[in-house]
Design a protein around this ligand. Structure first.
Ligand SMILES: Nc1nc2c(ncn2[C@@H]2O[C@H](COP(=O)(O)OP(=O)(O)OP(=O)(O)O)[C@@H](O)[C@H]2O)c(=O)[nH]1
Ligand SMILES: [Mg+2]
Length: 308
């Protein structure tokens, strides 16, 4: 993952609120999010943030996930309940010996307490699943077990207990063991609060994911909370850290807002693809056209066709 930084010469002439590593971040030109939750983000919210800086946030070679509009609609459809395609909670697991036995691809959501893991899973289901099924908390530490949610017979999403202050260490241990040993786990998402920015605990989480050497991606949650200029700065810090300290992390972070579902279709499409439920023809075209390919290992587990 890499962030292009530039010399001050081109950017310094512009009045901006933040300068991060010589890159001036403009004040939000459109609607500052802190002032309006109703802001309408593009399918991939990074594109909105790109408008605020004069240098590319991501290098071209790192923009490897570019689904078409049609593919995004197909990815989104996978998460809609219909007869014969139910979204249901299959199990809450405390004891790792009691993990559900099912041969479908799993993706897991990892991160510190209160970062928004459960809310993100609910948003992936369009916030349309019964609230008794998915419990979202005001206080950290609400999710105390590994919770498995099946999307039809296609895939399973796994909500993890959060880690952090005053959270029992066995949460961390059971999460680590699950991530290390689960054969059907094909992708994890490490969540970072976009308002708080990258914390020491997040850095610890990233170190753990790197040590595990299993495919994962970063999700910046709660993008409705900070001003866009703060969001850009925090995103750049995440990209910078990921470039320097990670090797396995997927180069494109995902940005999401659970209440408004911003960024959710884009993430749904990625999940549909990496679990082998959606072939991306636009991606294949991109790959043929470009000579630079990101070195990235194939996902493990029972995926069918995924190529990212
Ligand atoms: N504004 C806003 N609030 C959010 C968003 N996502 C989550 N929250 C809030 O953040 C708080 C924590 O959310 P949870 O989804 O319970 O967080 P968690 O990571 O599952 O927490 P633990 O189960 O304790 O590990 C709740 O009050 C949510 O309503 C978001 O995108 N925007
Ligand atoms: Mg939770």
């Amino acid at each position: 993952m890499s962030l292009i930084t530039t010399s001050l010469s081109s950017a310094a002439k512009v009045q901006g609120r933040f300068v991060y590593r010589n890159v001036v971040i403009h004040r939000s030109r459109k609607c500052p999010l802190g002032e309006s939750r109703a802001y309408s983000w593009r399918i991939n919210p990074i594109e909105d943030l790109q408008d605020l800086v004069t240098v590319p946030l991501l290098q071209e070679k790192d923009c490897i996930f570019n689904p078409s509009v049609n593919e995004i609609e197909k990815g989104h459809e996978l998460f809609i309940q219909k007869p014969g395609h139910k979204i249901k909670k299959v199990k809450s697991v405390v004891n790792l010996e009691k993990l559900p036995v099912q041969n479908i691809p799993e993706v897991s959501f990892v991160g510190q307490s209160n970062v928004g893991k459960t809310s993100l899973i609910s948003a992936l289901f369009g916030n349309a699943v019964d609230s008794h099924l998915i419990k979202i908390g005001k206080t950290p530490g609400l999710t105390k077990t590994l919770q498995f949610f099946n999307v039809g017979k296609q895939l399973s999403l796994v909500d993890m207990p959060g880690y952090g202050k005053n959270i029992p260490s066995y949460y961390m241990e059971s999460m680590h063991t699950y991530l290390q040993t689960r054969r059907v786990l094909c992708r994890s998402f490490l969540l970072v609060d976009s308002e708080a920015g990258l914390t020491d605990l997040d850095k610890e989480g990233l170190r753990m994911m790197e040590d595990l050497a299993k495919p994962y991606a970063i999700v910046l949650t709660k993008i409705d909370k900070p001003r866009q200029s703060v969001l850009v700065k925090n995103l750049m810090e995440v990209l910078d850290h990921a470039e320097k300290k990670t090797h396995i992390c997927f180069p494109q972070p995902f940005l999401t807002c659970a209440p408004s579902l911003a960024g959710i279709k884009y993430l749904q499409t990625f999940i549909a693809h990496v679990t082998g439920n959606l072939q991306l023809h636009s991606h294949e075209r991109e790959e043929k056209q470009t000579t630079v390919k990101h070195s990235y290992s194939e996902p493990q587990g029972p995926t069918k066709n995924s190529s990212l």
